[in-house]
Each structure stands twice: as structure tokens, then as C-alpha cells.
Design a binder for this molecule. Sequence first.
Ligand code: TSB
Ligand code: ZN
Length: 584
Amino acid sequence: MAEDITPNDALYAMRHSAAHIMAEAVLELVPGAKFAIGPPIEHGFYYDFELPESLTNDDLAKIDRRMRRTIKRNVAFEHSEISKDEARQMFVDQPYKLELIDGIEDDHVSIYAHGKFVDLCEGPHVKRSGKVGAFKLTSIAGAYWRGDENNTMLQRIYGALFETQEDLDAHLERVEDAQRRDHRRLGRELELFTTHEDIGAGLPLWLPKGATVRRKLEEFITGLEREAGYQHVYSPHLAKRELFERSGHWDHFKDDMFPPMDLDHEQMVLRPMNCPHHILIYSSKLRSYRELPLRLAEMGTMYRWERSGVIGGLSRVRAMTLNDAHIFCEPSQVKEEFSGVMQLVERAYDILGITEYSYQLSLRDPDDKEKYVDNDEMWDMAEDILREAMDDLGLPYTEATGEAAFYGPKLDIQFADLMGREETYSTVQIDFHLPKQFDLSYIGEDGAEHQPVIIHRGVLSTMERMMAYLIELYGGAFPLWLAPVQAVVIPIADRHIDYARRVAVDLRAVDLRVELDDRGERMQAKIRDAQLQKVPYMLVVGDKEEEAGTVAVRQRSGEDLGALPVFQVIDRLQDEITTAMKSE
Ligand code: TSB
Ligand code: ZN
């Protein structure tokens, strides 16, 4: 939820004024505190300080109390202009302010005072401190002076501020919800994935539960692909450097690749994309127009040297597996293939419950000769096809210059994550470049050789990025068909363990993923744990159930379905799975 606040907005003045009031409180509370800068920001404000000791949450509470006192006193904010010399005297023991004064070009300096507190500042501010609205100090973080890591590390205190308590509460609720759903946190709590510093950043380990979700996703999408006429292949994750020189990756994508491995007489590189391998599968035999479109698909693992600043969780990683395919077709088939891919995307989204996305036409920057293959005619042709194909489908799109692949334009599907950051998920790309680089051909109906076009496409994106999104979309409560554990059987007492085990065996026999909770805990504790793990079904068994051959069924939503015979539970779960996997 991005806000767009300008200095003319009431909220800007409120947040800015609260920053001053906070600085006043900190200077009063911490002898020797030096204050640096404190602007209004989206959702609130911050102020940076150099302090003799690190602040704690207790300190935040004290600062908060003092701020509220100033607000209650309803003191006026007063503006004045003073000379630089006067300003230097005023801030004589404040080195950051002195540095700021030195940087001001005017001979006059604008200051704002409320009560005894004065700050260098252009304003605007609220008239009186009682007008700052509703705020909450939210966190403390480190920040370098002027954002430069060679400078002193300061302590930054953040506050959230809105006009009304209601708006503030709504904001805090959203933040809390986002934190609860954060895939990094849920990934840990639900034991889906982890990382280890000895393996390295951006190189996640998929734990058994995360791996189960991934396997289900992979089975799901490869199933749809088989129905849509794709053929699946496997290929190695590395190749000789020459392969990527020929494809153009070496010229245009080298910065995103891991450095080559030096062997005796050659260099090998980890592939940053799967296309060259698929292309060599295409050209492994003579092709006829009768085989086209040839759709080669693979859960293709690839490696990219993402900068350390941008990797985080699963959404941007260095080792990734793309739900990839390359469609080799005749030029006249491109539009229909494009539309087939879009249908596949829609079907997959429908089943996964993905509803919020937008289309982006990612174009080259014609002036950037380093990043993009230089061939105007080819780019124009590919862009025209993409535009026409989108117009034929009647889909709205925005355009983004400088976002194309080096070999061709893309139609990218963008989603925003919980924090509002947009990323590309599905992508469909038109490529005339690689067919030329690899001299690809097919024998046409006329008996002559022709060059095919390649459509590169990823439907689910990489397993990593899609997993990150889905964890947050579902808040960890995966739909039954994807849930790593679909049901937990909970015996009430030890004497019910045998029966519970038989129930689990029956469900596993029809491929349901079931765990037996035979720990010596109380039933309530087991139910709570299963709920925390977001297991869709809890099957509780005691004397009554054992006698009647039933289980007491509880859903993770808290709903109680009462006692059902085991075969009915199986029917119910299987039905739920088949219904979920049927799209319109
Ligand atoms: C679609 N050659 C094509 C392929 O045939 C290709 O690799 N295209 S791509 O470069 O756009 O990457 C495909 C998708 O992978 C992107 O749309 C994005 O969803 C995903 N992806 C790219 N980089 C990362 C990364 N570092 N971490 C996770 N996913 C990524
Ligand atoms: Zn490709």
C-alpha cells in the first residue's frame, strides 16, 4: 500500500513535527546525545542519533511517554531565519548539525523551535504540538550517517503516524499481518526451507515439508503441460563456456553468471538459463515442419550471480529451478502458441487462487547496445508480434523499457508481494536471435530449409519465487492438495494409539499425507500444535471412535465436523482435492 505524501500534505507536517518532538525527548533523556536528521517518511517518520549506548525497548517506552507530554502541553512550532554564524553557535555541541550547516548554500538558515527545542529545518510543521495525530514508536535500527558505510553508525528510531488512531491501528494491523505471513518467518515455523552460511546466501535448502509442496506443484504443472502437448526433457546444469559465447549470454549476460571453472583445457560455466541446452536438443536431429510446434519443457535448474543486496528469502535466489519451456515453431504459429501459453497461465493461476496480477510488455532500451543484441529489424518484428498477440486477446498491459531479455521482448506477469514489491512471475518471450545463432532449421512443406522462432516461457516462474509468493498468499495454510501434511491423527490416550495407527495406514494407502501424533501430550496441546502447523484436518480418536470405526474430524479453521466413518473421511478429502484441481 504505497503512500504518496508531499510537503503540502497535512500528514507530512504531522510526521515531521513528531520527528522533532521525538528528537527533543531523546536529547532530554540521553545526556550527550547527538542528533542528525529526521524526515517524514511513508507511514511515519524517523530520526537518527549518535548515542553513548544502544537503545532498548524500555527506552522507547520512556521516549514515548515524554513525547506524549509535549503533545499534551500543546506548544507552538515557530519558524525563524538566522545567520549561519548564529546557527553554528546554537548547535555548537552538535557535530551533525554543524556539518549540515556547512552544506547550506544560503547565508541564512531556517530553523523551527517548539518549547526549548530547536532544529535546522525547512518545515512545514503543524501549528501546535497537540496537532500531530496518532503515533507509535515502532523500531530501532542502525543507519550510517548520510547512508555511507564509511561513516559512523547511528541509531535510527522509527515511528508510525497517521491522522487518527483508527488509521494508525489499521496500519499496524496490516504490518502485523504482513509479518505473520512473511514467507521467511513461515518458512522457518512450518519447516519448509532453510539456509546455511556454509552453503551460502541465496542457496536455499528445501526441507521435507517444503519439498513436498514443491513436488506437488511440479506434478501439477507438468501434468497441465503434458495435456497441452509439451514434452519433458532433462539436461545438465553446466556446459562449456563456448556454448554461452555462441548464444550471446557471454556478451550480454556475463555479469549475472557465476565465474567460469578452469579445467585442464577448457572452461565450464554454470548455466544462467536453460535455452542453449534445449536448443541443442532441438538440433540433435533433422526437424520437419510436421514436428512443429515442438514444445520442450523442463524443471530447469539454473544459477545466477545475484548481488548480495537483492537476495532475500526465496523470492530472489542464486540457485533456482524454472518451470521452463522453449517452443520451436514456424513464424505463422507464434501467435497461436502465445495464446496457448497465456491460457495455460490462466488455468494455473485459477487453480492456485492467484487473482492479483498485471501484464507488462518488457521492451529493450534501444540505446543500450551492451545489454541487448543489436538488430533493429529483429526487435521491431518481435515487439509487433507481442503487441498484436496481446491486442488479439484483449488484455491490458503497461510497457517497461529496458526490461527485455537480451535476445527479445517479453510479456511479463507481475505480482506484488506483501510489502508491495513487484516481481515478474510468468514470462513469455519471442526470440529470433537464438535460432539464428545456432543455425536452427526445419524442412518446410516446400522441401526447403526454414528458420524456426523460439518462444521462451515460464508459467509458474521459478519454484523458489512461486513458493515465496504462495506461502504469503495462503499465510502458510496451503490448500489440501498442496499441504505438506494433510491430516494428523490424534489419539486421546495411549490406549488409542493402535487404532490411530490403523486409521493413518488406511489414509496413507490412498496416497493421503498423514501423520500420527503419538506424543505423550494432552489432546488439546496436540490440536493446538496441528493448528499452528496449519494442518488442514485433525482426526481425533478415543474410545467412542474406536468402537464405532470413526474419527472425530476438526478442520484447521476450528470447525468441528463431528464423528465420521474412516471411509467417509477419505471420500471427503479426495473430493476436496479433485474439486480444487479442476479449473473452469
Ligand atoms: C523463460 N530463458 C528464459 C526462459 O526460457 C528465462 O530464463 N527468462 S528470465 O530470465 O526472465 O527468467 C525466468 C523467470 O525466472 C523470471 O521471470 C522470474 O520469474 C524468475 N527468476 C529470475 N531470476 C530469479 C531469481 N534470482 N530468483 C528467483 N527467480 C528468478
Ligand atoms: Zn529460455
